[in-house]
Design a protein around this ligand. Structure first.
Ligand SMILES: Nc1ncnc2c1ncn2[C@@H]1O[C@H](COP(=O)(O)OS(=O)(=O)O)[C@@H](OP(=O)(O)O)[C@H]1O
Length: 412
């Protein structure tokens, strides 16, 4: 409190009360995602420098002008926390020298959209602290169970509760004690974006995160839905090609996986299985994205298009924007996005699908993709046609592979 030296005690007390009220007021004002969409256009997004300086917004305004609040009071308070309620109270304290909230960010989606590569890319940033593992899945595995039996199973599976999640997965000591919140702790549980069928909905997870850690910065990578569905089905098929006792322990066979068993036995094509998957209402990422946009404000939800951030000029464009959104310095970032979890290399020729199946698949996917693009434009994220252009190219390219006999391929 060096800046207060020379002020009478009563003035300091008055200033502190005013500051606390202002912080609480600001933190509560910043939390509503239910209001009307931003009327601004995509061009009106805050300039990069402003976004960088704003890494703690909205719940954690920086120290007031004049440096009246100093030191590491918030970092010390966070370091002592073992629960989300404690973190919320700690975040009401002035940020002081802290640069980031804790936890600061999550890559919440979507599966098969290069999220492992994004996680590895950020993990290599000197100002970031990556969770261990990439996907702790805490808000799906340990909370939000739909009934008492599931809740009891979740409690048994997560005996350490919030404290364990914060300490072990999110590395609270490292972030708050060692680095005094000058590094950004993040995780990458992509199941949060989708929820788990019959267990917990994405909507419930989005609401839970907002209630418990309202300052979070969320990153959502979105891929063209057809290729994303192929990538996902190919991944699941890799489990089913093994003997049952070699399936991952968390994997449970669902109705919509029946086609993959036929595929493994040589009785169905991957194209057929993707169609059945989408017909079963799975792979609805573009629909889910709309839900997340409705529950989290734009300043805290960063949407990245897979086809864009895996493209040639990504480092200076979307990857740099990602770091500015997170409050990281892009000049310290790794030069390139790595390429993790790539399965397509084993099938460069792509996957067979009948023309009728492909047309049906596109008829299911296209309207929702277009509606989501319109929503992205309405909320000021991007121009709908700009978003859809690479996806339209993918759809056209798939149809262009069809032979006169109606045999087509989807190349990932
Ligand atoms: N740098 C880069 N460029 C282009 N594509 C990339 C890159 N990094 C990852 N990928 C592709 O992303 C797919 C894996 O995504 P995820 O890591 O999110 O998968 S997972 O949900 O965590 O299993 C997987 O897609 P498919 O190979 O089509 O299955 C990866 O190849």
């Amino acid at each position: 409190m060096a800046a207060h030296r020379g002020l009478p005690g009563a003035a300091v007390a008055l200033l502190s009360v005013f500051l606390a009220i202002a912080i609480i007021y600001l933190s509560e004002q910043g939390l509503s995602a239910d209001g009307p969409a931003l009327a601004t256009s995509w061009a009106a997004a805050p300039p990069a420098a402003a976004r960088l300086n704003n890494s703690l917004a909205p719940s954690a305004p920086g120290p007031p002008a004049g440096g009246a609040v100093d030191g590491n009071a918030r970092a010390a308070a966070v370091a002592a926390c073992r629960s989300f309620a404690c973190l919320r109270a700690a975040h009401k304290l002035p940020a002081g020298a802290a640069r980031f909230n804790f936890p600061h960010a999550m890559i919440v989606g979507f599966p098969k959209c290069a999220t492992t590569s994004l996680y590895a890319y950020l993990a290599a940033h000197p100002q970031a602290i990556a969770s261990q593992p990439k996907e702790p899945n805490y808000f799906m595995r340990c909370r939000n169970a739909p009934n008492a039996t599931a809740a009891a199973a979740a409690a048994a599976a997560c005996p350490g509760g919030e404290a364990d999640y914060l300490q072990r997965a999110m590395k609270l000591d490292e972030a708050a004690l060692v680095h005094k919140l000058k590094k950004a702790a993040f995780e990458g549980s992509t199941v949060y974006s989708t929820g788990k069928k019959g267990f917990v909905t994405a909507e419930a997870i989005a609401a839970d995160l907002r209630r418990e850690l309202p300052w979070l910065k969320l990153v959502m990578a979105v891929r063209e839905p057809m290729t994303q569905a192929f990538s996902g089905r190919v991944h699941t098929a890799s489990y089913l090609s093994r003997p049952r006792d070699k399936w991952p322990p968390w994997f449970t066979l669902q109705n919509h996986d029946a086609c993959l068993l036929r595929f493994a036995a040589g009785n169905a094509t991957m194209g057929r299985c993707v169609l059945e998957f989408v017909e079963a209402g799975m792979s609805r990422n573009t629909f889910l994205l709309k839900q997340w946009m409705g529950q989290w404000p734009r300043e805290q939800l960063h949407v990245m298009q897979y086809e864009n951030f895996t493209g040639p000029a990504a480092a200076a464009g979307p990857l740099s924007d990602l770091q500015l959104f997170l409050g990281l310095d892009p000049s310290l970032a790794p030069r390139e996005l790595p390429r993790e979890h790539a399965r397509r290399d084993a099938h460069p020729e792509g996957w067979p699908i009948k023309k009728g199946e492909l047309e049906r698949l596109l008829a299911l996917i296209r309207p929702e993709a277009e509606s989501t693009a319109a929503e992205l434009e309405r909320r000021g994220y991007t121009r709908a046609e700009h978003w859809l252009a690479p996806w339209r190219r993918i759809w056209k390219a798939a149809l262009a592979t069809c032979s006169p006999g109606g045999d087509c391929r989807v190349v990932l």
